[in-house]
Structures are given as C-alpha cells and as structure tokens.
Design a protein around this ligand. Structure first.
Ligand code: NAD
Length: 490
C-alpha cells in the first residue's frame, strides 16, 4: 500500500484533519494507495503558500524561469515509465498509451520554457499629445488548476507548463480517482529546484476541496478540465468573485464519413475515435455519421474490427481495450447502453459488461455499437464517456452539417473525404474547436485546443495557451508635465 501526502509550500504534509481516501486499481479492484484528503484549511494553506511565492517567482527573469522548466522537462523524461505505471494503476488505461503520453509530457515544459522570454508588450500609437503608451503582459497571481482522471499528467502539463512560464504560482487539485501521479510528480518539481510554494497540490473531492479552491479569495484564475456540469458549477462560483476561468469540458463529437473517403482509414479512424482509451476521452468521436450509400458496408467492417479487439490487462502490450476507470463511470456507461436500447437504437455489437478478461472486480464494458440512432436520442446528445458508439446515417453534405452541429457541445469533429473543397467547406462550417480531416484525435503542444458551446471557454496549448495565464496592463507616461485643466477628462 502506498501513502501519498499533500504537497504544500515545498513539503509533503498530512491533511490538517488527518483524513485519507482510497485509490482503487480498476483492473484488479484492489485499493493500492491512501491519499491525504485535504479540506478548506489545507486549501487555505496551499493558496497562502502560493501567494507568498508569487512575488519571487513572477519577479524572476523569464529566461531563468525557463531554465527551471527545462530542468523539470529533463527529469520528467527520466521518470516517464514510472509515471505511466502509476497512471495505469489509477485509471486502468493501456500502459502503451500512458507511456507514450508520459514520454510526451516534457514537450509541454520545453515548449513553454521557450515561450517564457518571448512574450513582448506593444507600443500603441495613442492619439494623445505628449503621451507615450505601452503594454505589459503580467501573470494573474495564484491560479487553481483542476484536472480530470482520464489523462491526469497530460492535463496537468497543458496547465502547469504555461502558467509557470508566465510567472503565476499554482495550486493543483487532481481528480479524486487519480491523485497519485500528480503527487508523485511533485517529487520531480522539487528535484528540479522549483522554489517552495510555486506549485502546491491539494487532493480530495470536487464538492469540498475543488469548490473551496475555486471560492478562495486569493485565487485569481481557474483552469478547469472536467464535465460540463462540474464546469458550470465552477463558472458560477468563480463569477461571484469575478474570477477568470478557462474550462475544458465534455463533448459529443461527430466523426463524419463521406462516400468518397478511403474506407479502411475511415474505419480505423472511427475505431480509434470511440474505442481508444475505452472511449474515455473528451474528444471521443461518439457520433459516427455515415453517408447512407456506404452505411451498411462500413458498419459491417467496423463491427468486424471492433469484435476482434482484445479486452484485458492494461499492462499487456497486446491488449486493445482496458477497463473503465472507476465504478461510477462503469455504472454510468451501462445505464446509457440501457437508455439507447429503450430509445430503439439497434445494438449490433456488445451492449453490456464484459466478463472473464481479468479479475472478479475488473470494470470491463464490451465495445458497443448502436445503429439506427437518431440525433435527437439521448444516446446521441449526451456524453457517455465510454466505449459506446452511435451510428447516424446522412444523405449529403448539408444534412451531415445539420446533424453534426445540432448539439450543445462543440469540442471536435472528424471529416473523412477525398474532396479537397469539401475539406475546407466542412472545416469552416463545423461549430467546434478542432476539426480533423482524414485523421482523428491529433493533439500537439504547438496548436490551440479547446471547445465551443458547452465544451468550454478558452484554449490550451500553443501561444494561446500561454496567453490564458497572462493579463494585459496598459501604461501611459506623459512626456511633458505642463499643468492641464484637471476638471476636463482628456
Ligand atoms: P468531473 O467534472 O467529475 O471532475 C473533474 C475535476 O473537477 C475533478 O478533479 C473533480 O474533483 C473536480 N470537481 C468536480 N466538481 C467540482 C466543483 N464543483 N468545483 C471544483 N472542482 C470540482 O469530471 P471527470 O469525471 O473527472 O472527467 C470526465 C469529464 O472530463 C468528461 O466530461 C470529459 O469530457 C471531460 N474532459 C475534458 C477534457 C478537455 O480537455 N476538454 C479532457 C479530459 C476530460
């Protein structure tokens, strides 16, 4: 059994109330770690430490902050395999995916280290006589970084790397299902020589620790990844303090296949869209829109490939589908499968729990495909966050667009076609934050990522991701000090 303490002001500490909570391995069903359970007192200690560290960290020349982030990146690379194993133990995702993800983490810290000293102000040519104006980009102060359980360290990298590069100090709240990797990561932060108080971690549940962090008066900005319902609560609490918010929320992304597409690539894209990570990704292509002329043939091949997927131990290199990450999520997925059946969708693959691939308490769900789905069904409109695909037929481009955009979410979309004009038309008219053409789920530290509509507010990654953690100050300097009439605003 592993024990993880909170990380506050450069030290690993017990929760003030001495409480802990369990972390369970979704493959073995065993409790493998006890995590210190923070409360409002710990949140206050963490925010106070971050506030105290802010003048020093923001006052450090950006190229020196960058050096520390580069050191952190090197140390993260050394620990990638170790961190990946912890992620698998906590969220049950494939080791093959998590190790690639953990080896990729350092790219965020290097990229934002590179940007740290390239943020420049402007000199607006103001219309006033004898007046010089310039702008400065300044950090907010203490930022709250709240992450979900599906890719804990990747989401942390999206937030922590730019916020630190910009000169903010941070309090991190990882998901209650996957706190261990973030706390383990703090050992690397410490080893990299990041000064105490610059990064702090409070573990616990959203309703107590997360909301106390969002509401804390000394938190200036919140960067949140999670469901749209929790995101809405965060937004509402933040509004009371007029705090800045970036929200990376859920999705119900359309993956649209036209009759002229390369069929085999599109089938693999559809599979990867919904069954990679057992469907537990915000960008899952959970609505597969198929042009009617290819519908039956495509579904036949799709079912054939999905049926062959190996379900089993996430650590095994041959496994394709690993368990669902936690019990509430497992129950939610099974409920949605029932809902789809009751709504009249036709289950052509799977449709229930999967037994016999692991331990008694393994949380496996069969890869599930429904055809005959209408876009107004709940299975088409609500995020399942699991290996459940709804297939919706369409007639032509306009029809596909109408279906694709008729949804409250707007995170991403896939388009499969060989028609170059259509690639441009579709990517312009889809109401989403990311469009993939003849590919699915590419994400890079170089390119902005985020949602429209209920999928979120703001962008992560790329230069926009850095700007999320900076605010603009304008400075006017009078170049002559002649007295003026003080009662007239100039
Ligand atoms: P969740 O909303 O239940 O929890 C996310 C985080 O928010 C956790 O750390 C949780 O403790 C915290 N939290 C919950 N309620 C809170 C509150 N009222 N105040 C402050 N913090 C609170 O989401 P989840 O189940 O952990 O993750 C799955 C969801 O995350 C899915 O909807 C998925 O689409 C979304 N997600 C989005 C992205 C993205 O980048 N857009 C990436 C991954 C996951």
């Amino acid at each position: 059994m592993q024990n993880y303490d909170l990380y506050i002001d450069g030290a690993f500490v017990k929760a003030a109330a001495g409480r802990t909570f369990e972390s369970r391995n979704p493959y073995t069903g065993e409790v493998w770690a006890q995590i210190a359970h923070a409360d409002a007192t710990d949140v206050d200690r963490a925010v106070t430490a971050a506030k105290a560290a802010f003048p020093g960290w923001s006052g450090l020349k950006p190229h020196l902050r960058a050096r520390q982030l580069l050191k952190l990146a090197d140390l993260v690379d050394e620990k990638a395999e170790f961190l990946a194993e912890i992620e698998v133990r906590d969220n049950g995702k494939l080791y093959a995916e998590m190790v690639a993800q953990c080896r990729y983490l350092s790219s965020w810290y290097r990229y934002y280290a590179g940007l740290a000293d390239k943020i420049e102000g402007t000199v607006p040519p103001v219309d006033k006589a004898n007046m010089f104006a310039f702008t400065r980009s300044e950090p907010y102060g203490v930022v709250a970084l709240i992450t979900a359980w599906n890719s804990p360290l990747l989401m942390l990298a999206f937030k922590l790397a730019p916020s630190l590069a910009a000169g903010n100090t941070a309090v991190v709240k990882p998901s209650e299902f996957t706190s261990a990797s973030t706390l383990e990561f703090m050992k690397i932060v410490e080893k990299a020589g990041i000064p105490k108080g610059v990064v702090n971690v409070v573990a616990g549940f959203g309703a107590d620790v997360g909301s106390a962090l969002v509401a804390h008066p000394d938190v200036a900005k919140i960067s949140f990844t999670g469901s749209d319902t929790s995101g809405q609560k965060v937004y509402e609490t933040a509004a009371k303090g007029i705090k800045r918010v970036a929200l990376e929320l859920g999705g119900k992304s359309p993956n649209i296949v036209f009759e002229d597409a390369d069929m085999e690539s599109a089938v693999m894209g559809a599979i990867s869209g919904i069954f990679a990570a057992t469907g537990q990704t915000c960008i899952a292509g959970s609505r597969l829109l198929l042009q009617r002329s290819i519908h039956d043939k495509f579904v036949e091949r799709l079912v054939e490939v999905a049926r062959a997927a190996k379900i089993g131990d996430p650590m095994h290199p041959d496994t394709n589908i690993s368990p669902v990450a936690n019990e509430p999520q497992y129950n939610k997925i099974l409920q949605y499968i029932d809902i789809a059946k009751k709504e009249g969708a036709r289950c052509v693959l799977g449709g229930g729990p999967h037994e016999g691939a692991g331990h008694n308490r393994s949380l496996f769900v069969q890869p599930t495909i429904f055809t005959g789905v209408r876009n107004d069904m709940r299975i088409a409109q609500e995020e399942v966050f699991g290996p459940v695909l709804g297939v919706i037929p369409f007639d032509d481009e306009q029809h596909a667009l109408t279906i694709a955009n008729d949804i409250r979410f707007g995170l991403a979309a896939g388009v499969w076609t060989r028609d170059v004009g259509r690639m441009f038309r579709m990517s312009e008219k889809l109401h989403v934050g990311t469009v993939w053409v003849n590919t699915y789920r590419t994400v890079s530290f170089h390119a902005p990522f985020g949602g429209t509509k209920r999928s979120g507010v703001g962008r992560e990654n790329g230069i926009e991701g850095m700007k999320e953690f900076l605010q603009t100050k304008t400075v006017y300097i009078a170049t002559e000090t002649a007295p003026v009439n003080p009662f007239i605003i100039r």
